[in-house]
Design a binder for this molecule. Structure first.
Ligand code: C5P
Length: 403
């Protein structure tokens, strides 16, 4: 999968550094050459000898090692790389990257490179959720840095939450997606997915049954063809794919914001099941029973239509906007009308009547509707629908400049 590729692996100083050794082994199993770079702190957790033995390569750790600079300076290190991976990416390393600091070999390498960078953050959950880290992550994502993880789970510090480094197998998948040399290389595509959650009060919300399966499959298929995917997802049941930039949102309004932030893009695919309405007034405290048997009325107000808003942008509209039309009656005529009303270029119509088993299921049967006609695709897995859509998008966009 990674034959002939060279990964410069920067190992940061966190307890997850031990997993970086396993990552070296797995990357090599896939055929990649791995050049390990250890920060000073990383050497407190793993020894250069272990990294070197597993990589079967020299380990780099000192910016001022004249011998190294003579043999292979930091510019050379970056030149030789197809991808730079930072795992574990500590809060400190992310902060340095976001600020553009260059005071050791790892940070200098990261500032001096024009290669793609994939980071696998790992830190205590309070560090991960701290506003400073949130800011740094947002800055890096805007700069085009790719993220894999962190996962949620038990952490070495005895706490539970987001901050665990992704498993080596997931990082390898993200590396493969980042290096995918497909027809969408150089393209940036925004994908929305999952349901949205519209709060009524602090404990209740309006939502829907979307699992996020189709949107996730679309994002994965686009990344596999080499696209840089910004994956804007509501609280879905399936985990996001590796190798894409994940932006998690809850409400429709947050989803619209996130999509607008993610532009410009070459294409946008709107696979999310956005709630059409939200509570007009979100109560600050839990709505109580009156005891008189009278149910409270929840006044609803309409949510923004993300697909229509983006389709009708006067400036900066993605050249290709794709929507889905999940219908239970008059599927095709409703979908045709929807394409025109919302102003998108393509719409994928599908029948979500309960008897089809499509909503929440693994299969889908869609018709692609565009201005010049329609194509009914046979019933197939959501993964194959995604792959076919990704291939059609690649055909439509053609090769990127310099791609
Ligand atoms: O719910 P509806 O059938 O109108 O959804 C059709 C398309 O519009 C889907 O692609 C969906 O992601 C998108 N949509 C949206 N924002 C909404 C409602 C729907 O982007 N508020």
């Amino acid at each position: 999968m990674l034959a002939g590729k060279r990964v410069v692996l920067i190992i940061g100083g966190g307890i997850a550094a031990f997993k970086a050794l396993e990552l070296i082994r797995r990357l090599r199993e896939q055929g990649a050459g791995v050049t390990p770079v250890l920060t000073g702190a990383a050497q407190e957790f793993v020894t250069p000898l272990s990294a070197s033995a597993l990589a079967a390569e020299k380990v780099y750790r000192d910016l001022f090692d004249l011998n190294d600079e003579h043999e292979m300076g930091h510019i050379e290190l970056s030149r030789a790389a197809d991808l730079i991976v930072v795992a574990p990416a500590t809060a400190d390393l992310l902060a340095k990257m976001a600020a553009g600091l260059a005071n050791d070999l790892a940070s200098t390498l990261l500032l001096a490179t024009d290669k793609r960078v994939l980071v696998a953050p790992a830190m205590n959950l309070r560090m991960w959720t701290h506003p400073a880290t949130r800011r740094n992550v947002a800055t890096l994502a805007r700069d085009g840095v790719l993220f894999v993880g962190p996962d949620e789970g038990a952490m070495a510090c005895g706490e539970f939450g987001p901050g665990r480094m992704s498993e080596p197998a997931d990082i390898v998948a993200a590396v493969a997606a980042a290096l995918a040399d497909g027809p969408l290389k150089g393209r940036r595509i925004v994908v929305t997915s999952g349901p949205t959650r519209e709060p009524i009060d602090p404990v209740r919300y309006i939502a829907n049954r979307s699992s996020g399966a189709q949107g996730t499959a679309v994002a994965r298929a686009l990344a596999a063809l080499g696209a840089r995917v910004v994956f804007v997802t509501g609280p879905a049941r399936v985990p996001p794919p590796a190798g894409v930039e994940v932006v998690r949102v809850e409400t429709a309004r947050q989803m619209l914001d996130a999509v607008q932030q993610a532009l410009p893009a070459d294409a946008a695919v709107f696979a999310a099941a956005v709630a059409d309405w939200r509570a007009a007034h979100e109560s600050d405290s839990k709505i109580k029973k009156t005891g008189k048997g009278r149910a409270p009325g929840v006044e609803l107000t309409e949510n923004p239509d993300i697909l229509a808003t983006i389709s009708k942008m006067k400036e900066g509209r993605p050249p290709l906007v794709v929507g889905f039309a999940a219908e239970t009656d008059d599927v095709l005529s409703n979908a045709r009308a929807k394409r025109v009303r919302k102003g998108c270029d393509w719409i994928l119509a599908n029948d979500v009547s309960p008897e089809t088993g499509i909503m929440g299921g693994a299969q889908n049967a869609v018709t692609l509707i565009h201005a010049d006609g329609e194509e009914a695709w046979p019933r197939m897995s959501k993964d194959r629908v995604a792959a076919r859509l990704a291939a059609r998008i690649a055909g439509e966009l053609g090769p990127a400049d310099g791609g």
